[in-house]
Design a protein around this ligand. Structure first.
Ligand code: NAD
Length: 343
């Protein structure tokens, strides 16, 4: 049964102050034609901010009450990572469509539980992978996948971080956030999986803890000082991702893609293509990445719900980075590579 976009009543769980994400989501959903009606937030100060931002909106202190009293039919979850699966399941069980902020969840089993529930009830379940539409990856897909400027992709190397003590916010707690790789790492993995279109075979994780831990609020539960994940794909391809809080050698950060005919490097702002040749000017092309198009995310969700347009960020797609990080965590603890069960 089709529904008009403006009749899709949207709400958010979590109206946090770190990046004002709740406001951002409601504005984007509104711009896509849907109607903001509800905010659920446990912090009364942030509920007051929501009421000021959207004077017509209903505000709730608990999800159970919002699900009981509100007519909201699409709910976006914008809370700390370890709450995503529990809150999403509660929404799905109450018959509501769900958008979950990234990371979709922390464990593969949580993603599978959510997908089972959504399928059983015929509900939409998706993850807010807004960075699927970052200018840098739109350009990289154009150059690498469509124009094949570096031939076949063989290896991807991503590196990010610096030398700094994890702060006191929840992102520095491993139990709450999932670990150092679960924040920007999820965006990086989602980029990379667009560039290597192969089955995943196995995952190896490396992690070091204990340098910063004694000095932080979270003590033993502090995220890793340094962690790396290596994914082996079919057809002799692989990818690795390193995030560090003990890295004093800041360069080069970003993503380097090595192909059979050359190398493509990019960060958010720019890219470089290096091909073999006699001198530097022949070999090197530099460019600025185009502007991103995050508005396409909610436009697709609204089109999907209102007229059955194919969903771009499916739960299956959003589960792949989580499966990689879940296995990396297990592998780092066990000390050996682990075969994937999701391809
Ligand atoms: N896609 C992106 O570009 C992007 C950017 C920033 C944050 N995020 C994601 O957004 C999510 C939230 O991050 P943030 O920076 O906004 O955090 P935040 O700490 O600013 O906000 C989280 C809010 O959730 C509230 N909350 C916690 N449990 C709740 C519950 N059970 N019911 C209702 N409210 C609850 C907290 O009180 C807090 O206000 C994370 O998943 C993060 O990774 C994504």
């Amino acid at each position: 049964m089709s529904i008009r976009k403006k009749d899709i009543k949207v709400g958010v769980v979590g109206y946090g102050g770190a990046f004002n994400m709740g406001r951002g989501h409601l504005m984007e959903m509104q711009a896509a034609g849907m109607t903001p009606v509800a905010v659920c937030e446990v912090d009364p100060d942030r509920r007051a901010v929501a009421a000021e931002d959207f004077p017509e909106i209903e505000t709730y202190a608990s999800l159970a009450t919002m699900l009981k009293k509100s007519a909201v039919n699409l709910i976006t979850i914008i809370t700390p990572h370890n709450t995503h699966a529990r809150l999403a399941l509660a929404c799905l069980k109450a018959g509501r469509h769900v958008v979950c902020e990234k990371p979709f969840a922390i464990r593969t089993t949580e993603c599978q539980q959510m997908m089972r529930e959504a399928r059983k009830r015929g509900l939409c379940l998706t993850t807010y992978h807004n960075r699927h539409w970052d200018g840098c990856i739109l350009e990289a897909v154009e150059q690498i996948v469509k124009k094949r400027v570096i031939g076949d992709v063989i290896r991807i190397h991503c590196r990010s971080g610096g030398f700094s003590m994890p702060g006191s916010w929840w992102r520095s707690s491993k139990k709450i956030s999932g670990g150092i790789l679960y924040d920007w790492g999820v965006h990086y993995l989602e980029y990379c999986l667009q560039l290597i279109d192969e089955e995943m075979l196995e995952v190896t994780g490396y992690a070091h803890n204990g340098i910063w831990a004694p000095r932080t609020r979270w003590k033993e539960d502090t995220i890793e000082d340094d962690a790396q994940v290596v994914v082996r794909f079919k057809n002799q391809k692989w990818m690795n991702l390193t995030f560090s809080n003990i890295d004093t050698n800041l360069q080069p950060q970003g993503i380097e893609v090595t192909g059979s005919k050359g190398t493509y490097w990019f960060d958010l702002g720019s890219y470089e293509i290096k091909l073999p040749g006699r001198n530097d000017s022949e070999r090197l092309t530099r460019g600025k990445n185009p502007a991103g198009a995050w508005d396409r995310y909610y436009k697709n969700v609204a089109d999907h719900l209102s007229r059955g347009t194919k969903l771009i960020i499916t739960p299956e797609w959003a589960s792949r980075p989580i499966h990689i990080l879940d296995l990396a965590d297990q592998s780092a603890r066990k000390g050996y590579a682990i075969r994937t069960t999701i391809r």
